[in-house]
Design a protein around this ligand. Structure first.
Ligand SMILES: [Zn+2]
Ligand SMILES: [Zn+2]
Length: 178
């Protein structure tokens, strides 16, 4: 892990991002369940996620209404959706790639992003899990836009912009959860 930082366990890095030492909770048993606020849209994740990624870009802040977006990368075939009509909002990211954002049509909860460039991947909003307490980012991107009190686990990948690849983000998750 080349960017793993030595002692002290809390120190400033890019854009105010600090590193904190922690013992990560184990991955929950599968399937993991989740859903929207009103309960109309429900889902189950039937295979290990590929990543827990935090994005600190301004778009994710707006979409989340909070300091960053927190996402599970999930293979599309591992996401079983039940019930509930969904609305789709289509947007073009900073990379120029289009994504579809799906929300519950009844309550507006943002459920997941579907990137055109990765049709087998679901970028699932981690706060919709029935239990998201374990979901501590294994990677952080766009950290130069992170809030002044933002913190990353010391074993997490942290990069400015998207100066990495999806493969590297997934590899870090695999290294952390062997
Ligand atoms: Zn709903
Ligand atoms: Zn973002």
């Amino acid at each position: 892990m080349p960017d793993r930082l030595p002692e002290p366990s809390v120190r400033h890095i890019l854009g105010g991002m600090k590193r904190i030492a922690m013992t990560r909770p184990p991955l929950p048993a599968l399937p993991m369940s989740g859903g929207c606020h009103c309960g109309a849209v429900r889902y189950a994740i039937t295979a290990r996620p590929l990543a827990v990624n935090a994005c600190h870009c301004d778009d994710c802040k707006r979409l989340a209404g909070g300091p960053f977006g927190l996402y599970l990368h999930v293979a599309k075939e591992a996401l079983e959706i039940s019930g509930g009509a969904r609305d789709t909002f289509r947007r073009t990211g900073g990379s120029g790639n289009a994504i579809r954002i799906e929300r519950c049509a009844a309550c507006g909860t943002r459920m997941w992003h579907l990137p055109d460039v990765a049709p087998d991947l679901v970028i699932l909003c981690a706060g919709t899990l029935d239990d998201s307490r374990w979901a501590i980012p294994t990677s952080h991107i766009f950290v130069e836009f992170a809030a002044a009190d933002a913190a990353a686990a010391e074993d997490a990948l942290a990069v400015e912009g998207f100066q990495t690849t999806r493969a590297a983000i997934w590899e870090r998750f695999s290294e952390i959860y062997r």
